[in-house]
Design a protein around this ligand. Structure first.
Ligand code: AHG
Ligand code: MN
Ligand code: MN
Length: 338
């Protein structure tokens, strides 16, 4: 009997290597770094999926630099990513949403040419409710010549990103990444412990969804309130979109990437710069969505063009199908002045 396999199986390792082949001068360092992120993803995934059973749920009793409660799983994810990357000689510095300052490479290890920024666990406030959470990362080339990496190496425009990705720990675990050559999604097969290519060349389809926390609507500017009505088929719009808001950015943007739509977390009267972090959330997700044919904006200018000035700076974020994000810019320019 002959077994017929009609679907080519591509592991994430194979895919990353094939991508590298497009750059004949590549040393393999970036490839190895991406492997390590896939390994971190598997380790974190095995913890998050056991969260209800193992002793990994709950708060650590501390708050992070943003004043948010740190969950045990935030800490586990942060440590896992740090430990897999501190000694490889590939990085000169790291930055994490859970760490106040930039993270130096320990003296005993070599420094390399890349910078790794990460949000160890996005949406971690939802863990107790068994809602999907995720890990987000971006990789940049260092700016400084040599020695330990500096804040200047970390504070770069999103347009300088070399590779970015995220892992969503949902009903299945998926890793999605881009090295600037489209966006590719992999699903973890828990039976064999491998990420297999399941979503090659992701492109945003025609939009179906809009996602925002409408509980805060009364704090939004007139432009944003009118924009939201437009998304609902008012303000002269002949179409309406469905509202979906999980409250876990990674899951909200992932759904919109597959189904089409816009996610926004605007500034409001309580949070004049919005909530999401420029370096750990907005830049990498914007890079990925733009690689999938979309667009990301603060509401007034492209996210990827902004030069960050602080490690934990926040930004308003509108991200998704280009025409929907540009519509937000239009409403804000028309109704909210300069
Ligand atoms: P994190 O868990 O990394 O701190 O991020 C939480 C963020 C993001 O995932 C989500 O979109 C947003 O917080 C939800 O905020 P609201 O509860 O204010 O809607
Ligand atoms: Mn986050
Ligand atoms: Mn986080």
């Amino acid at each position: 009997m002959s077994i017929k396999i009609n679907k080519r199986i591509v592991t994430i390792e194979r895919h990353i290597l094939d991508e590298q082949a497009a750059f004949p001068d590549a040393s393999g360092t970036l490839t190895a770094l991406l492997y390590d992120m896939a390994l971190a993803a598997k380790l974190i995934s095995s913890h998050t999926t056991r969260a209800g059973l193992a002793d990994v749920i709950g708060a650590t009793g501390t708050v992070n630099v943003q004043g948010e409660e740190v969950q045990l799983l935030d800490e586990y994810a942060h440590r896992t990513i740090f430990q897999l990357n501190d000694h490889t000689g590939r990085l000169c510095v790291m930055g994490s949403e859970e760490e106040k300052d930039i993270i130096s490479i320990p003296d005993k290890y070599d420094c390399g040419k890349y910078v790794l920024l990460f949000d160890p666990l996005d949406g971690s406030g939802n863990i107790d409710y068994n809602v999907s959470v995720g890990t987000i990362f971006s990789i940049l080339r260092r700016k400084s010549e040599s020695g330990p990496g500096t804040l200047e190496d970390v504070l770069q425009k999103g347009a300088e990103i070399v590779a970015a990705g995220y892992i969503v720990y949902g009903s299945s675990t998926m890793m999605v990444y881009s090295t600037g050559n489209g966006v590719h999604g992999f699903t973890l097969d828990p039976g064999i412990g491998e990420f297999l290519l399941s979503h090659p060349n992701l492109r945003l389809p025609q939009p179906k969804f809009y996602s925002a926390n409408q509980g805060y609507q009364s704090r939004w500017s007139e432009g944003i309130q009118r924009y939201t009505r437009w998304l609902r088929g008012e303000e002269g719009n002949t179409r309406s979109l469905s509202l979906r808001y999980i409250g876990s950015m990674i899951a909200d943007i992932h759904r919109n990437l597959l189904g089409g739509g816009v996610f926004y977390y605007p500034a409001d009267t309580k949070s004049p710069n919005g909530k999401l972090r420029m370096l750990f959330e907005a830049q990498p997700m914007s890079f990925i969505i733009e690689q999938a044919g979309g667009y990301a904006s603060t509401g007034r200018q492209p996210i990827l063009d902004i030069q960050p000035t602080a490690l934990h700076q926040r930004t308003p974020l509108f991200v998704g199908n280009r025409e929907l994000v540009e519509k937000a810019e239009e409403f804000i320019a028309r109704y909210d002045g300069v």
